[in-house]
Design a protein around this ligand. Structure first.
Ligand code: PLP
Length: 291
């Protein structure tokens, strides 16, 4: 296969970077997780423009100047899927500093961009989408994401995500739920979160979670299907007594949550509204209806 690296298609094994790559040491970099779905017209990248816009916004927030246009990065993603002959794919664009300098005061660092694409099987487990998952509230919080970083998908934010996820997995759960520094629910390790109560959807406002593209899509779809969606601060208790809850994300898609901190949510399985939203989401990404 091939990886798009700095405006060239490079054979997969040769797409390497030096051990002194600045981003490897200090975590200053931004990335995206994008998905191409199999459709009747061939592979189609879902929300390509939105992901590229967020990549550029993330880089701008970190004051990293991407030396390409958005059109070039869109095309790189299309080419990465096509060159690798993938019917469907997960795409990983990343913007990082090279090994031109070391230390926090390094200047003249070069901004590199790469786009990789590969086939990725079920993100959590094949059963997760149907049966729902067990979630544990994490002792790690989203404190440094508060306010500004929710618009940036930055490498450094994922140390917390990894710690939280590993904690959840070692405690026998499938995913972590992170709180903000005031104790309100923020998001999963790589997903936004929703709850449903009395047919109304609630999701945390964008103060301590990533501005998820799937989150936005689900809000639109739910409203189109006649549901009210409220963005507000939510507590753990509200999740415990919810009728239904689910995660959203490019990787997680719409994953039902059946248990949080040992408390069964609703019927302890995928709820009917979650299932309805999953169906309309999958129809949309697979381009089953004209829109
Ligand atoms: N929250 C975090 C921390 C993430 O890493 C992701 C994944 O990108 C999401 C939420 C969901 O965002 P999206 O729906 O754009 O994939």
């Amino acid at each position: 296969g091939f990886i798009w690296l700095d405006n060239e298609m490079v054979p997969w094994r040769e797409a390497k970077t030096h051990v002194l790559t600045h981003t490897l040491h200090y975590g200053m970099g931004v990335f995206e997780g994008v998905r191409a779905y199999e459709t009747a017209r061939g592979p189609a990248i879902f929300r390509l423009k939105e992901h590229t816009d967020r990549l550029f916004n993330s880089a701008h927030i970190l004051n990293m100047k991407i030396p390409y246009t958005k059109e070039q990065i869109n095309q790189a993603q299309i080419d990465a899927v096509r060159e690798n002959k993938l019917p469907h794919a997960y795409l990983r664009p990343m913007v990082f500093y090279g090994s031109e300098g070391m230390g926090l005061r390094a200047h003249n660092l070069k901004v590199h961009v790469m786009v990789a694409a590969w086939e990725w099987p079920a993100y959590m487990s094949p059963e997760a989408l149907e049966l729902g998952i067990k979630v544990r509230t994490s002792s790690y919080t989203r404190h440094h994401v508060n306010i500004t970083m929710c618009k940036a998908k930055a490498n450094g934010n994922y140390i917390n995500s990894m710690l939280a996820l590993n904690e959840a997995l070692s405690g026998g759960a499938d995913e972590a739920l992170l709180l903000d520094n005031e104790g309100y629910v923020a998001e999963g390790s790589g997903e936004n979160v929703f709850l449903i109560r009395d047919k109304v959807l609630y999701t945390p406002e964008l103060t301590s979670c990533l501005d998820g593209i799937t989150r936005k899509t689900i809000i639109q779809l739910a409203e189109e299907h006649g549901y009210t969606v409220r963005e507000k601060r939510l507590t753990r208790d509200e999740f415990y007594i919810a009728d239904e809850a689910f995660f959203t994300g490019t990787a997680a898609e719409v994953t039902p949550i059946r248990e949080l901190d040992g408390r069964i949510i609703g019927e302890g399985k995928r709820g009917p509204i979650t299932e309805e939203l999953q169906t309309v989401y999958f129809d949309l990404v697979r381009d089953k209806h004209d829109r």
